[in-house]
Design a protein around this ligand. Structure first.
Ligand code: AMP
Ligand code: MN
Ligand code: MN
Ligand code: MN
Length: 280
């Protein structure tokens, strides 16, 4: 969002998870796109942050150390972003390291299931697109597109890797309480990422917010990219109702996803208290 001269983008990915730009290249692109404050929030890991910090210092942009934690909440997978976390916190790093280990086990199972569906070599194939630290569905998706199994990334997630399709493995992630407690222990703010993206009713979403708040969560991502204005209004009202701070971010992964760019966000609603109001 732009407030005065400041543009905030508090959700983005690098090659340390399933983004396609290195931390340095991500920072360079953020500068180019006019972002003043960028949070790097890789899935279940903080390995990209050291390089990101150095690049941010060199290029005059404010870097917020973050992470996006995978959570199993009932039958749903939800994502909890942690902002301004101390990356040296032991509780946080232990939790993240367990999640990454689980990712590698899940990746092997995804590959077994794709193999059964007549697509061999998927584990090696996905690894070609991944760094050593993290393996996710988007790496499999890139392999499947390159192998000619789908026409693009959107198409892959219709045909593969999702419920009732080949290569789907649900995964068992952190609990909501664990994710929030690791972030809080590391001095950060826990944020429900892209709340409108989960396939749940409004009632279920309020229950999620209630459980999240009870666990110590403090913010909602009320703006995710160029989100529908009506959705943003609904999320702003939800934040207000539960006295939660508001965050905003693009969830940028790759320049090839041209509809989703660093710093390009629906305007921040003026009835929300920004999450950065608690930062010194
Ligand atoms: P994982 O955490 O490994 O299960 O993978 C989740 C990631 O897959 C998300 O963060 C997105 O990067 C990507 N993803 C999931 N669904 C889609 C989709 N429909 N289109 C593009 N990317 C997707
Ligand atoms: Mn992702
Ligand atoms: Mn997410
Ligand atoms: Mn994300």
């Amino acid at each position: 969002m732009a407030m005065g001269e400041m543009t905030y983008d508090l959700h983005s990915h690098t090659t340390a998870s399933d983004g396609s730009l290195s931390p340095s290249d991500l920072i360079a692109r953020a500068v180019e796109k006019g972002v003043d404050v960028l949070a790097v929030t890789d899935h279940d890991g903080t390995e990209g942050l050291r390089e990101a910090m150095q690049a941010a210092d060199a290029q005059g942009i404010i870097l917020i150390p973050g992470v996006e934690i995978s959570v199993t909440w009932g039958s749903h997978v939800v994502h909890i972003v942690g902002l301004n976390v101390d990356v040296d916190n032991a509780a946080l790093q232990k939790g993240l390291s367990d999640l990454r280990a689980h990712r590698f086990e899940r990746a092997e199972e995804i590959a077994r299931r794709l193999d059964k569906a007549g697509i061999p070599g998927a584990l090696e194939g996905a690894r070609e697109y991944a760094s050593d630290v993290m393996l996710g569905r988007l790496h499999f998706a890139r392999f499947l597109v390159a192998a000619g199994k789908a026409k693009d990334i959107r198409d892959v997630f219709k045909k593969y890797l999702v419920h009732n399709k080949p290569g789907y493995v649900p995964g068992t992630w952190a609990s909501l309480e664990e994710a929030v407690s690791w972030i809080t222990a590391a001095g950060g703010q826990a944020v429900i990422a892209h709340p409108a993206r989960y396939k749940m009713t409004a009632t279920k979403r309020r229950k999620l917010v209630e459980d999240f708040k009870a666990a110590g969560g403090v913010a909602l991502e009320v703006v995710s990219g160029k989100q529908d204005l009506e959705e943003v209004r609904t999320l702003a009202a939800l934040a207000a109702q539960y006295d939660l701070l508001a965050s905003c971010g693009s969830d940028f992964h790759s320049p090839t996803q041209h509809w989703l760019e660093l710093g390009q966000l629906t305007p921040f609603p003026d009835n929300c208290t920004p999450v950065w109001s608690v930062w010194s």
